[in-house]
Ligand binder design. Structure first.
Ligand code: ZN
Length: 89
């Protein structure tokens, strides 16, 4: 599975061999945020060998490993519930 990391936190390790990355739509103004703890930089999507092959076949949606990405939301809050407001004193 792919992993989302910023340009400062390039993934490394023996478990997965990440050699290529794709950029999420809108990068660097993307909702995809580096999954590294305490990092809020825009993420690149690092692809495994299988993901890379899928990318070459035209796949553009990738599963991301758990705890490997954060998402930035907009300032708009949408709700299906009416939130009761505190009575004015
Ligand atoms: Zn980072």
């Amino acid at each position: 599975m792919a992993i989302a990391r910023c340009d400062k936190h390039t993934p490394k390790g023996a478990k997965y061999d990440y050699r290529a990355y794709a950029l999420p739509i809108g990068y660097p103004k993307t909702a995809a945020i580096c999954g590294k703890m305490d990092c809020e930089e825009p993420a690149r999507v690092w692809l495994t060998k299988n993901d890379h092959a899928a990318f070459k076949r035209g796949i553009r949606v990738f599963n991301i490993r758990a705890h490997a990405v954060k998402l930035r939301v907009s300032d708009d809050l949408n709700s299906t519930e009416t939130i009761p407001t505190a009575p004015l004193a």
